[in-house]
Write a protein that binds this ligand. Structure first.
Ligand code: DPP
Ligand code: ZN
Length: 876
């Protein structure tokens, strides 16, 4: 396939200032008439052909300035339309008629149908599946959209911008026209037509304008959109307060659909959402679902400025909108909830998803330099690491200068298709600093490592940190340049108090941050009388790994006393990880693992520490996941030994702290009416974490069964079901609870996703057979991305012992399933296939079997560009 390169960018010869679209909607033959105002750019030769993108299109009619174009004057293929000799006039009108079949569109890109609702998904390159166009983000056009449909089938007709007119066409047909005054790229176009229920509300902006808000869902489910609506209004207010950004149209609509490749899409004025991120109440959604809805509603809304008003010049700049918008939604959630808890959760996610990507064959810079299939770059690196890079800019400049830089960005680039260089420049201009070394965070792949050791010289009253940076090689980047790494730190003495120092030399240190720029720094603090414990990378100030020579005593001290909540959590998590890795080695050596009593005691004292928020305690007590442990071990992975080590530690912690955990468990029972707020969710999280430990104790199955039966919300019900299915697999309690859940919720696909997920993640070699059987369950469908991700995605990415079954059966089933999904939906299949990206870190036998499975995918006929790209890079 073709390779697209950043350095090849050049503006197109033509612009499309105006786009008028008419859709005559029908499931199998929708007529699309596009009337494009085309403008030749200054200085472009009149003989330059106009080359439009298409993807599987059928051309029905083509006219220029009202006259039919002769076949000899054009080249039309399903994937491209070339006007060989465009008119001499600088501006002309091109009419193109195409016909598309939304009902048969299973790739869910372009115009398709989901539960009889017409909808669109155009990012990144779906618009070219609707009509021929310059389908690239630097072509900004003002859209007017007319939709015609059977009133019965589609009483509701929505598009971007503001509604202009609507009316009757006779014969059961009607129409509506929408106009979006803001020029936008084609990937932000959207249309929705169908029969949907509406939850209505309104918002008054900072300057006093009233915006009509609508959330459209399956009729009858309107009340389930209440939380999303509340989150939307809070997002609108927050963006005014935190970034001075006001909404700009008269209406803002959100539509929930049940077949969607992504989480949601920020189309101008008409966001389209995966219904999983809209619909929620206590009975159907977990606290994690509520938090995701809040975050994603905010994310898509925030795109209105970071993405839509200022868009990307080309797809290499994807992080310009995504990394920045993730940073904005993280800050929003931190302000709405607990900042410390949010930060820990973010870092856990980054390490679970981005670190393995950055450390494996699919590693790429936050701003990639080349791609074969852009759909494969909606990654944790672009999104999550991209957000961390923006966070580091704020750390380096300080909150006020950062805000001044953002203000300048909006002022200077409103209406532009911008680049990362533009973004960095506003911060250089706002601060007067040179950020060229810092910019390597965008250009260079790989997770930097810092090796750090410390010495204290009491006689000289000097404390010294020796810091060395390295960036491991990544595909096609063997040599790395030195980075600018802002490392937040604290020197901590008796009682957890900061240890003062009189001066520092060896690196620039500002506001508790060491600015590492060279390979080695010897940072010397003078006037330090007692030996401090060092708290490093406070608040996770940089997305790096640390190799620290640190005494266990210091780690224990920090886990009790670090004044930075993140680092305190980190210290305990590091102790747990170290213990798990030792246990893993003991198990491989045929020994029973043993754990330090003071670690086990610390777990008990954290659980009962009333000065800590329950949500924080729950995160501390959640042991590092099996995949986290595998990542930290790095090579020769035997998932069964990791599982055994983790179970042994859970049992040891639960056994020694049984009384404390039981007492706490009872005291946390819900007494007040359900509320999805963060504090209530935190109490449920702690109680459910304790249940998990207690379920390994005598009577654990009964306890979990009681928890399941008495649950008054989905958080507790799903947590208890998972404990039963995972800890007591095959027990009468587990079998009964799974059956009861299925009976109650069998007809609600979103809730059944939880049932699939829980079963797909049951540890052990038998699960591959369970998953195979569940693919035939009436609630399952290979055509629906949410179902596929719940069952197949969970099995392959969240079940270490099941998926990596020693005989390779998990991989074989997986390879076949990926190919089956691919026939309908290449994007979902390619995303699934990334589950094998860390195959080289497995022990040799599993490694060989994983490779065979990857080769079997690579060897399949007619592989899509999406899947071929992932599999070939994974094997390279
Ligand atoms: N809709 C996806 C997101 O918001 C892609 N832009 O991240
Ligand atoms: Zn986004």
């Amino acid at each position: 396939g073709q390779v697209f390169k950043l350095e090849d960018y050049r503006p197109n010869d033509y612009l499309i200032p105006q786009t008028d679209l008419t859709f005559r909607l029908s499931p199998d033959a929708t007529r699309v008439t596009a009337v494009l105002t085309i403008e030749r750019r200054d200085g472009v030769s009149v003989s330059a052909p106009l080359v439009l993108d298409g993807d599987g299109l059928t051309l029905k009619r083509i006219e220029i300035d009202g006259k039919k174009v002769k076949p000899a004057d054009l080249l039309a293929t399903p994937d491209q339309l070339t006007i060989l000799e465009p008119p001499v006039a600088r501006r002309f009108q091109l009419l193109i008629e195409t016909e598309v079949a939304p009902a048969g569109n299973e790739a869910l890109m372009g115009l398709y149908r989901s539960s009889h609702v017409y909808c669109t998904q155009c990012e990144a390159e779906g618009f070219r599946r609707i009509t021929y166009f310059l389908d690239r983000p630097d072509i900004l056009s003002v859209y007017t959209v007319r939709m015609e449909a059977m009133r019965d089938e589609a009483p509701l007709l929505l598009s971007n911008g503001n509604p202009l007119e609507k009316g009757d066409l006779g014969d059961g047909w009607h129409y509506a026209v929408w106009h979006d005054p803001f020029p936008k790229p084609s990937y932000l176009f959207a249309l929705v037509a169908g029969n949907l229920g509406r939850l209505a509300d309104s918002f008054v902006t900072l300057s006093g304008r009233t915006v009509e808000l609508g959330i459209y869902v399956e009729p009858g489910k309107e009340t389930l959109a209440g939380y999303a609506m509340d989150a939307l209004k809070r997002s609108m207010k927050w963006d005014e307060e935190a970034f001075g950004r006001e909404y700009d149209l008269d209406v803002f609509n959100i539509v929930a659909v049940s077949d969607f490749n992504m989480g949601a899409m920020e189309n101008k004025g008409l966001n389209i959402f995966n219904d999983k991120y809209v619909l929620a109440d206590r009975e159907t959604a977990t606290d994690a679902d509520f938090a995701n809805i809040e975050a994603i509603i905010a994310h898509e809304y925030f795109h209105n400025w970071t993405g839509n008003r200022i868009t990307c010049r080309d797809w290499f700049q994807l992080c310009l909108k995504e990394g920045l918008t993730v940073f904005r939604d993280h800050e929003f959630s931190a302000d709405q909830r607990s900042r410390a808890v949010k930060r820990i959760a973010e870092v856990r996610t980054l390490r679970a998803h981005q670190f393995p990507e950055d450390q494996g064959p699919l590693a790429h810079p936050v701003r990639p330099r080349r791609y074969r299939e852009i759909n494969n770059f909606y990654t944790a690196t672009v999104y999550e690491k991209g957000s961390e890079v923006v966070r580091m800019i704020r750390t380096i400049l300080g909150a006020d200068v950062f805000r001044a830089g953002m203000d300048l960005y909006f002022e200077r680039h409103d209406g532009d298709a911008a680049t990362i260089e533009d973004f960095i420049k506003v911060f250089e201009d706002a601060s007067g600093r040179d950020l060229s070394q810092f910019a390597l965070w965008y250009h260079q792949a790989g997770t930097p490592n810092l090796t750090i050791s410390s010495t204290h010289n009491p006689a000289a009253q000097e404390f010294t940190l020796e810091i060395e940076q390295s960036v491991p090689p990544t595909p096609s980047e063997s040599r790395k340049r030195l980075m600018h790494i802002p490392l937040a730190f604290g020197l901590i003495g008796a009682g957890g108090k900061p240890v003062p120092y009189s001066s520092v030399e060896g690196a620039s240190v500002e506001d508790g941050v060491i600015h590492i720029r060279k390979r080695r720094h010897m940072v010397r603090f003078s006037g330090v009388t007692e030996r401090p414990a060092v708290s490093l990378n406070r608040g996770f100030s940089a997305p790096v790994t640390l190799s620290v020579e640190q005494k266990a005593d210091d780690q224990f001290f920090l886990a009790r006393h670090d004044g930075d909540a993140f680092s305190r959590w980190q210290a305990f998590n590091t102790l747990l990880t170290d213990a798990l890795i030792s246990a893993f080695r003991e198990i491989l050596g045929g020994k029973q693992p043993a754990f330090a009593p003071r670690l086990i005691e610390l777990a008990g004292s954290i659980a009962g520490d009333e000065t800590l928020e329950p949500a924080y305690r729950a995160l501390a007590l959640a042991l590092p996941g099996e995949a986290d442990i595998a990542r930290d071990i790095g090579r020769n992975i035997d998932p069964d030994a990791i599982y055994a080590a983790r179970e042994a530690l859970a049992l040891a912690i639960g056994t020694a702290n049984r009384d404390v955990f039981s007492g706490l468990y009872l005291s946390l029972a819900d007494r007040e009416a359900f509320s999805p707020d963060a504090a209530s969710a935190g109490r449920r999280a702690l109680r459910n974490t304790l249940l998990d430990y207690l379920s390994l104790q005598p009577g654990g199955a009964e306890l979990a069964a009681g928890h399941f039966q008495s649950a008054t919300n989905m958080t507790d019900r799903a947590a208890a079901l998972a404990v039963l299915a995972h800890r007591h697999h095959g027990s009468p309690e587990a079998v009964e609870a799974l059956a009861a859940f299925e009976t109650t919720y069998g007809s609600d696909p979103l809730i059944m996703d939880k049932w699939f997920q829980i079963q797909a993640s049951v540890p052990g070699p038998q699960t591959v057979d369970t998953v195979k059987a569940l693919t035939n369950h009436p609630a399952f469908s290979m055509g629906n991305p949410n179902r596929v991700r719940s069952l197949i995605g969970t099995f392959s990415s969240a079940n270490q012992t099941g998926f990596h079954r020693a005989d390779g059966e998990g991989y074989w089933f997986f390879a076949q399933t990926v190919l089956e999904v691919e026939k309908r939906n290449p994007q979902v299949a390619a995303r699934l296939a990334t589950a094998l990206r860390s195959w080289r870190s497995l022990e040799p036998l599993r490694q060989a079997k994983a490779r065979e499975a990857l080769l079997s995918i690579a060897g399949a006929e007619n592989l899509s560009a999406d899947l071929r790209d992932i599999v070939e890079r994974t094997l390279a």
